[in-house]
Design a protein around this ligand. Structure first.
Ligand code: HEC
Ligand code: HEC
Length: 318
């Protein structure tokens, strides 16, 4: 029986072979399939680089968009992530205190005393995702470059304070870390008085006051205050900053007002909605520094008078 089966199988296979050798056409069987397979393989070989290349491009575009989308989501919650994560170590009291004192003089005008930003001026730094995503070195570098071309108002390089040293900038960064995450902010002592006017400021003041030591004291103090609180928008020596505060040297408006009226003006500022505003930018009340007393502002006025070139013995000589 086993033998019979083997014979049958071999005879049927030889039948098929015999049929294959006839000249009659018959529908392609396995041989046809082989042809189709070959053709398919060829097609694949030809198409593979094309499809592969195109596919890679499509994938790359998709991946790029996807990466950008994910990065944007990550960036958008950088600050929220920071405060949700376990707190980083407490900041140094000395560094944070120094940073805060600098911030109160150099940054409040545009970012506000609470650092939550000022409408039309600087941004909110407490919840800034930008700050949260930068390391200390990058943030320091940002302060050096600023964003002078931002609209409607730029962030001036070093906040307009060319006297800020590397260490000052580092301490500002430390303070910003504390603003971003209050868990890291140590208790800070009261604000430290600003450094006295420099020798150069005192000399210039004495010359401008024609030797009047008392007046020179006010002028030097005003010079110091001006170059810490007003300089960001009005420039060194009051020359003005394009796209921000007007020139205050040789200024008609200042010349036209007595000290009391000028004091009143500086305390009030000039909002963009004020019909007298010509820049569309806010002159913040007290120049944005709420800590400034009337006496401080009068000192600044005494300094501004020396820039008008109208009094005897003042720079400008007339
Ligand atoms: C004359 C106004 C002005 C002063 C002064 C100023 N800034 Fe700014 N700052 C801006 C503006 C405007 C922007 C936003 C620019 C923009 O639109 O991208 C900004 C942006 C920033 C940013 C980036 C915030 C973000 O989320 O993108 C940081 C950080 C910053 N300022 C820190 C400081 C510090 C610290 C000081 C003080 C040393 C300071 N600024 C002083 C106007 C100012
Ligand atoms: C955040 C920027 C900013 C700061 C800081 C700032 N100012 Fe101004 N200030 C301006 C702008 C902008 C104007 C012009 C407003 C306008 O269009 O009339 C102006 C106008 C003035 C004017 C009127 C000038 C004129 O010709 O009409 C005086 C005076 C003045 N500022 C004094 C000061 C003093 C003093 C300080 C510091 C205590 C100070 N400002 C700080 C932005 C600033």
């Amino acid at each position: 029986m086993g033998l019979e089966d083997t014979v049958k199988a071999s005879s049927s296979s030889s039948d098929a072979t015999m049929r294959d050798t006839t000249n009659e056409w018959h529908p392609p069987q396995d041989g046809g399939l082989r042809e189709v397979g070959k053709a398919f393989l060829m097609a694949c070989l030809v198409m593979a680089p094309i499809l592969g290349f195109g596919g890679r491009e499509v994938y790359k575009t998709w991946k790029g968009q996807e990466d950008a989308r994910l990065a944007a989501i990550k960036y958008g919650r950088a600050h929220a992530d920071l405060v949700a994560a376990p707190a980083l170590p407490l900041l140094s009291v000395e560094e944070a205190t120094h940073g805060r004192d600098l911030f109160a003089r150099a940054c409040v005008a545009c970012h506000g005393a609470d650092a939550r930003g000022v409408q039309g001026l600087g941004k909110n730094l407490l919840e800034s995702n930008f700050v949260a995503t930068q390391d200390d070195e990058q943030l320091k570098q940002f302060l050096i470059t600023g964003r002078p071309n931002a609209k409607p108002v730029g962030m001036p390089p070093k906040a307009g304070r060319d006297d800020l040293a590397d260490e000052d900038l580092r301490h500002l960064v430390v303070y910003m870390r504390g603003l971003q995450d209050p868990r890291r902010m140590p208790a800070l002592p009261a604000m430290v008085a600003d450094a006295p006017p420099t020798a150069a400021q005192q000399d210039a003041a004495l010359a401008a006051a024609g030797g009047d030591k008392e007046l020179a004291g006010y002028i030097a103090s005003g010079d110091k205050l001006f170059h810490s609180s007003c300089i960001a928008c009005h420039g060194k020596g009051g020359v003005g900053i394009a796209g921000n505060g007007k020139a205050l040297a040789n200024n008609e408006f200042i010349r036209s007002l007595d000290d009391d009226s000028l004091l009143a003006f500086i305390k009030q500022g000039r909002s963009p909605s004020d019909p007298k505003n010509t820049t569309g930018i806010q002159m913040p009340p007290k120049g944005g520094n709420p800590a400034m007393s009337d006496d401080d502002i009068l000192d600044v006025i005494a300094y501004l008078r020396t820039l008008q070139g109208t009094k005897p013995g003042t720079p400008g000589g007339k």
